[in-house]
Design a protein around this ligand. Structure first.
Ligand code: GLA
Length: 672
């Protein structure tokens, strides 16, 4: 069950430190040193056998567990618990050589070769059968082993191969569509196949949306995304089922809640996990990587239903898969880690234990760097370990948030299809902009599914939620009617679940609650800035908007629509609904968020700032834990009362956080 508070460490109240370990890359002489150093670093959970298939099943049906047995015993003897991979993340060369038909196919109809990883079609029954045979062997052998604390199905399922366009996938796609629509009539309606002569008369005429000469059918593409996410999840469930025959230990897989992966609808996946685990790496291609880390952590907590979750992978320093792989500055790994802990992670793992000497990831950082233990990186690892030990009491505490940001993968897929008003508008950028504004206001937010429960929030942000179902629209409307405050940003509420435009004026689903109506989009060329009559600026988007019942807070001062409203608010029932019809500059967006949050009665957990400071509170029983993280170059002072769990210092009244520093204050007797 999702969100179960599964303790993967013997001691229930501990922030566990862990890592991926790939001993197959090293001679046996190294293993003893590895385990001794793991103990020195306080490693409590080790993921093994993630990419083990070609070592375990050397030839079809011939298994060799000698090495894995030794590793399992070595870890066990040293009191280190195991996060056991099923080893199915990458098929071995013998399998793809014998059965090249399992290789995935790109949208242009070309196969992808082996030589990297994940070279399989998620719908291939042949791949599935071979993978499950292996899982059966692994689960049978280690399912009751006392050292095994967690099962790690495959690895980052769907990272490279979520969308496969081969004939086997086409067949599976048709079955999925039959299950969704039952009749071709319904499918033709939903996909709008009257357009461009696309009407289907037989299920077999339907293909995955392979590359075409022109724009492709958007609902076909949307459904293909839905199908593909479900299909990869089905693989997870098949492995889960085999494991369950032999083991009662929690099962999970590592999600990729991050800026560069968007193919899996984790709202649908989360309820199928025994515990939620995420991989997160700072992405320096983004404008504000630290804010994205906070967003990803809050979204992961949302997937975990507010319960503690596992950070399954992060890096001590640089990764090797971005164009410019920046190392972490002194203290940055600690700040990153404690941001995850502050936002609900109780287990912190790294990829990987020892930096590889060979292979594609030899330039990826690790807990134990190429330089060995006489290194700053290693010393920082030991410091981190000591710090996490001092935070033991925080484990299990819940994060306090009175604000929600709605986020959905379906909207992401639908909003960014071919043939949209502006390719410069990115869904995630709009979500990040709103989230970042809140974070700079010192507001802690939950990230919630568009189907989620809104009643416990004072304030709900709906950034760029292009696709909304009737039920979602009704829930948001009712929330406002009953006294809630929402802030909706442009290109929201435009389409229904079939990507059919909601007619009668934009933003169709939210026209009434917002008290506005727009008749035409006026996207702006990238790089163009327009002025607002409140002194602010905007870019990317504008629309010919009029108010019906809303009042205007700002209008365009120039650009294509001078005098037309850009920021509005509407009293609706007992609540308020704000609309931001353009991409405001960050200060302008923060100003509107501040006004709406204030109207909603939101209580920030930290001071307003430019993103260099975050203050988050977790609570448990009659205690709360205030995490104050200073990413900036200036000292900050906050009001606080209690004990600093890291330094042991008593804080009475004023808390100073030095540049780059982190403080965690335990407050007594405070209830949310
Ligand atoms: C992913 C994978 C790991 C490794 C890291 C590198 O998260 O799960 O196997 O490739 O990326 O950052």
């Amino acid at each position: 069950m999702s969100g179960n508070c599964v303790h993967v460490h013997r001691e229930a109240t501990l922030i566990t430190l862990g890592c991926d370990y790939n001993p197959e890359q090293w001679p046996a002489e190294v293993w003893a040193e590895d385990v001794a150093l793991m103990r020195a670093a306080g490693i409590g959970l080790v993921a093994i056998n993630i990419f083990g298939w070609s070592d375990l099943e050397t030839h079809p049906g011939e298994y060799d567990f000698k090495r894995l047995d030794r590793i399992v015993e070595l870890l066990h003897e040293n009191g280190i618990r195991i996060n056991l991979g099923t080893a199915t993340a990458s098929p071995p060369p013998w399998l793809v050589t014998r059965h090249p038909e399992i290789l995935p196919m790109a949208a242009d109809g070309t196969r992808r070769y082996p030589g990297g990883r994940q070279a399989f079609c998620p719908s291939s029954p042949l791949f599935r059968r071979h993978a499950l045979d292996l899982v059966e062997q692994v689960a049978q052998r280690y399912g009751a082993h006392p050292a095994v604390a967690l099962w790690h199905v495959s690895n980052e399922l769907g990272c490279h191969n979520a969308l496969c366009y081969c004939d086997v996938s086409a067949h599976a796609f048709r079955s999925w569509l039959i299950n969704r629509y039952r009749t071709l009539d319904r499918l033709n309606q939903a996909w709008g196949t009257a357009f461009w002569s696309q009407r289907y008369g037989d299920w077999n005429e339907i293909l995955p949306p392979r590359q075409a000469l022109s724009l492709r059918n958007p609902t076909q593409m949307l459904d293909f995304h839905r199908f593909s996410s479900d299909e990869v999840l089905a693989h997870y469930e098949a492995e889960h089922e085999v494991i369950r025959k032999h083991s009662t230990i929690p099962v999970t897989t590592n999600f990729m809640v991050t800026a560069h992966i968007r193919d899996l609808d984790y709202w649908r996946w989360a309820p199928r996990m025994d515990v939620i685990a995420n991989d997160h790496y700072l992405d320096h291609r983004l404008g504000d990587p630290a804010a994205e880390l906070s967003f990803a952590a809050d979204l992961t907590r949302g997937l975990a239903g507010g319960k503690p979750w596992i950070l399954m992978e992060q890096s001590t320093g640089a990764v090797n898969w971005q164009p410019h792989n920046l190392a972490k500055r002194p203290g940055e790994m600690l700040r990153n880690t404690l941001t995850h802990v502050a936002r609900g992670a109780d287990t912190i793992c790294f990829f990987q234990w020892r930096a590889s000497a060979q292979g594609s990831e030899k330039f990826h950082s690790a807990l134990l760097p190429h330089a060995g233990t006489d290194s700053e990186q290693w010393r920082e690892v030991l410091e981190l370990s000591g710090t996490l030990r001092k935070l033991a009491d925080v484990a299990g505490a819940a994060v306090e948030a009175d604000t929600a940001v709605l986020f959905g993968w379906e909207s992401w897929w639908a909003a960014e299809q071919e043939g949209r008003p502006s390719t410069a508008v990115s869904y995630l950028d709009q979500v990040h902009a709103a989230y970042r504004g809140l974070r700079e206001l010192g507001v802690t937010a939950d990230v919630v599914s568009p189907d989620g429960d809104l009643d416990r929030y004072r304030f709900v942000i709906v950034p760029g939620l292009y696709l909304v179902t009737d039920q979602q629209a009704a829930r948001i409307t009712k929330y406002v009617q009953k006294g809630g405050t929402v802030l909706v940003t442009f290109f929201s509420g435009i389409a229904d679940q079939d990507d059919r435009i909601r007619l009668g004026g934009y933003p169709g689903a939210f026209r009434e609650v917002l008290g506005v109506s727009a008749e035409e989009f006026f996207p702006l060329k990238p790089g163009t800035t327009i002025a607002l009559d409140n002194g602010g600026t905007a870019s990317l988007w504008s629309e010919r908007l009029r108010t019906t019942t809303a009042k205007t807070h700002a209008a365009y001062a120039d650009g294509p629509l001078p005098g037309v409203p850009a920021i509005t608010s509407n009293q609706f029932g007992a609540g308020h609904a704000w609309y931001v019809a353009t991409a405001l500059d960050p200060i302008g967006l923060r100003d509107v968020l501040r006004a709406a949050a204030h109207q909603a009665g939101v209580e920030p957990t930290g001071p307003e700032n430019d993103g260099e400071v975050e203050v988050i509170r977790r609570h448990k029983n009659d205690k709360s834990y205030v995490f104050a993280i200073n990413h900036g170059a200036r000292s900050i002072e906050l009001a606080a009362q209690g004990t600093d769990l890291i330094s042991g210092e008593q804080v009475s009244g004023r808390l100073k956080v030095t540049p780059g520093g982190v403080r965690v204050i335990e407050e007594k007797g405070r209830r949310p």
